[in-house]
Design a protein around this ligand. Structure first.
Ligand code: SF4
Length: 525
């Protein structure tokens, strides 16, 4: 008798707002033309990173804290299924209800169903990357349910029908005059005499939101952490809007990526030091809300948690890339990234911009997803993101890894070889033999002809045009090093002495010679 054990199933890739609508180079090229955007971004990122640097420098054990954060996250990833079960047991024992969602579609359906069950048609929302990722607001709107962002920056973006461009400061690309104009245009009842003073703008938003807080029966949140040993969820924030959403409504629905777990309360201590310092440059975030299930007569009486995979299992299966799941969404890597600072977050397409987005989005969707396969190239590999990351995610190494996965995934797929394929083949042919390289060098004088009298090549054809778009190439020298060396070192009746060239000692083509190698110094005998 044989037993059919079935095929092992592959983890599903993520869906939702994880895909770039266009390639990074196309989007970045367009965004680079926006001088106002670059000025806003430059000012904001420099301010946050200076603040961060000041508070990080205060801690003598910052590096040890980073090591601890990294080690805890590694331990979580190595026993994620077990911790998820422990969390589920504790969360449900305290009156919470767990829902499992494989992808964005499932998560959206679950949340919409839960809201419908309450009979409500409006929800207030706490800033949440997970709900951005699954496109919850748009889905709820299609279902006739209005979702109102209560975080100030998210509110600005929502009112402007725009997309966030930063994890922590979604409206980082807008200045205060632009924000005042948005409020005047989109906020019902906004004072026509509204100024662009930040405190005046904040007061206007507060008034607008208070009406929502007092009427909403359902709130939707994300979570920064979940503690397995007690079934507790945690949200950290700066404005207090989150706390209003977490306490006033009758129903609370949280959507959280499965990677947000921590094993114990004690582990939270490490992250409560790492996160505020790395994100807002504060020693401590102003509001930390923790809730464990339902407390009779106090706070929401229906507490739900949607545990979201959406490609996280696939990312976990990538041994090299899985540490991207350690991310605590502090945004420190974005604020130091020279590429992000110039292009802004929209160029990355996905919910996750900047260095972490360049690795996380392709890991969640699979690098084969055409929309995201240019993201791992959106980096100068300067390593600033790695230095800034509070949990020591080696982003540059993962970028290089994903580039190689991308190249491998395309290998042999194209019927007609690309210019790059042909160029690489030619380079491999020439560079694998000194004789061939010598022959290629004979063509260098042609380059001098192309350069003209100013000795500069300003335009190359085909894909090489990308090189000359921003720099000139100096004309090649009249004589190659090989030729020069051969002339200088030709001994009477002997051979020129470049290893690997025709007639050079040490190569099959060469005869015996007493000419010394250029790499060695002859000691007087
Ligand atoms: S990758 Fe590191 S620095 Fe970037 S957002 Fe995540 S935790 Fe912060």
């Amino acid at each position: 008798m044989t037993t059919f054990l079935g095929m092992p199933s592959l983890p599903a890739f993520g869906s939702g707002n994880l895909f770039a609508g266009e390639s990074f180079p196309t989007a970045a090229h367009r965004e680079l033309g926006n001088a106002q955007l670059r000025a806003n971004l430059g000012h904001a990122t420099h301010t946050i990173r200076d603040k961060r640097q000041a508070v990080v420098s205060e801690l003598p054990d910052w590096e040890q804290l980073r090591d601890a954060g990294s080690a805890i996250k590694q331990a979580v990833m190595s026993r994620l299924p077990e911790l998820l079960e422990e969390f589920e047991t504790n969360f449900t024992a305290r009156g919470g209800v767990i829902h499992w969602a494989r992808d964005a579609g499932e998560a959206n359906e679950i949340v919409a169903g839960l809201v419908r069950d309450t009979g409500e048609t409006e929800v207030v929302k706490i800033k949440s990357m997970a709900t951005q990722e699954i496109g919850l607001n748009e889905y709820l709107e299609e279902q006739g349910i209005g979702a109102f962002e209560t975080d100030l920056a998210e509110l600005i973006v929502q009112l402007d029908h725009d997309k966030p461009s930063h994890i922590l400061v979604p409206a980082i690309h807008k200045n205060r005059t632009e924000i005042r104009d948005i409020f005047l245009r989109e906020m019902p009842g906004a004072d026509p005499a509204l100024t662009d003073d930040p405190s005046v703008l904040a007061m206007a938003a507060r008034e607008h939101l208070r009406r929502k807080f007092l009427t909403a029966k359902v709130a939707v949140s994300g979570a920064n952490f979940a503690l397995a040993d007690s079934g507790t969820l945690a949200v950290v924030e700066s404005e207090g809007n989150g706390r209003m959403c977490l306490t006033l409504p009758e129903t609370l629905i949280t959507v959280m990526g499965i990677e947000k777990l921590l094993p114990t309360w004690q582990d939270l201590e490490v992250f409560m030091q790492l996160l505020p310092r790395s994100s807002t440059g504060e020693r401590m975030n102003p509001y930390t809300s923790l809730w464990t299930g339902v407390t009779e007569g106090d706070g929401p009486q229906n507490v739900h948690l949607v545990l979201l995979d959406n490609g996280r299992s696939a990312a976990l299966a990538d041994e090299m890339g899985r540490s991207a799941l350690h991310c605590i969404r502090c945004s420190a890597c974005m604020n130091v990234c020279p590429v992000y600072e110039r292009t802004g977050g929209h160029a990355y397409g996905s919910t996750y911009p900047g260095p972490i987005g360049a690795i996380l989005s392709p890991l969640l969707t699979g690098i084969q997803a055409e929309e995201n396969n240019s993201l791992p190239y959106a980096s100068s590999l300067c390593g600033a993101c790695y230095d800034a990351c509070p949990v020591k995610i080696n982003i540059p190494d993962i970028l290089v890894h994903l580039r190689s996965v991308d190249v491998d995934s395309k290998r042999g797929k194209k019927k007609v070889p690309s210019q790059m394929d042909v160029g690489m083949k030619a380079a491999s042919w020439a560079l694998s033999s000194g004789k061939r390289l010598g022959l290629v060098e004979k063509g260098l004088p042609l380059g001098r002809l192309a350069a003209g009298p100013d000795r500069k090549i300003t335009k190359l054809p085909g894909i090489a045009a990308g090189w000359t778009q921003s720099r000139d190439i100096p004309a090649p020298p009249a004589q190659s090093f090989r030729d020069w060396w051969a002339k200088e070192h030709r001994t009477a009746g002997g051979a020129p002495g470049i290893p690997g060239t025709p007639g050079t000692p040490g190569t099959p083509e060469a005869g015996p010679s007493r000419t010394p190698s250029p790499d060695t110094k002859e000691t007087p005998q």
